[in-house]
Design a protein around this ligand. Sequence first.
Ligand SMILES: *[C@@H]1O[C@H](CO)[C@@H](O)[C@H](O)[C@H]1NC(C)=O
Ligand SMILES: *[C@@H]1O[C@H](CO)[C@@H](O)[C@H](O)[C@H]1NC(C)=O
Length: 271
Amino acid sequence: MEYKTCVLTTWRQFVLIYFIGVKAAEPSGDGGGWSLDSDYRLQDEGLCNIDVLDRSSLSHQQFIERYAYSRPVILRGLTDNTRFRSLCSRSSLLEEYGELRVRLSTANTYSYRKVDVPLQEYVDVLLRPQSADVLGSETLYFFGDNNFTEWQRLFDQYKSPPYVLPRTSGAYSFGIAGPGTGVPFHWHGPGFSEVIYGRKRWFLYPPDKGPHFHPNRTTLSWVTEIYPQLPEEEAPLECTISPGEVLYFPDRWWHATLNLDTSVFISTFLG
Ligand SMILES: *[C@@H]1O[C@H](CO)[C@@H](O)[C@H](O)[C@H]1NC(C)=O
Ligand SMILES: *[C@@H]1O[C@H](CO)[C@@H](O)[C@H](O)[C@H]1NC(C)=O
């Protein structure tokens, strides 16, 4: 497999790698059959200005006091989803759920359009890298709108983050999406996000500091066109999460995501 080593000095250059179509090496470890040879992966620039902590160094009580109501945090080793991960490999998912219809949404802030297709067709035909010149409002991808009756056996195997907030209960949102896809800036209640396969880059702003973005454009276009122009004081909080890490977003924080690989992911919304 072709692998080009790139020395990246800035985050901006990372996006160029995507456009010139460098075929990157497979990530080490088990890709679950999702990162195919023909896949384009996005390079990670590596900047992370969000706290990343091991579960053992942050108790549930400390999580509540220091982060739950004030800022995002990434926790390592919070859950062990080895079993769930193996059930989410490409072959397992298609074998068990390939014929079920999944509901796709447009990748824009208000997700206007919904389309139902069999999972098999989504994976074979629609699961591909985000085109740089296509609007988010014209890009369909699978995230949320899950039928929990049909998928219950799978979700029963997911171990959700144990650091819950008082007086909330969790609701899952599961998805699979290609490299370069992601949801543009939006906000809602607090929750956790975990990638099962692939890497996901996060951009966040506090509730009182809304970002500049167009609701129908993709995160990829924000990253290439808006992000490089931002004055320092308007820079987001950002980091990339990999399998084994869980990102917590507090209530009403603005956030946008960018899948760097073909990714399988699940969020737990605390309502
Ligand atoms: C979920 O799937 C079940 C079984 O196929 C079906 O009866 C039900 O209408 C579906 N629910 C939704 C909200 O689509
Ligand atoms: C975004 O796209 C939707 C659906 O195509 C359209 O109805 C809406 O007016 C667009 N919004 C903006 C701000 O362009």
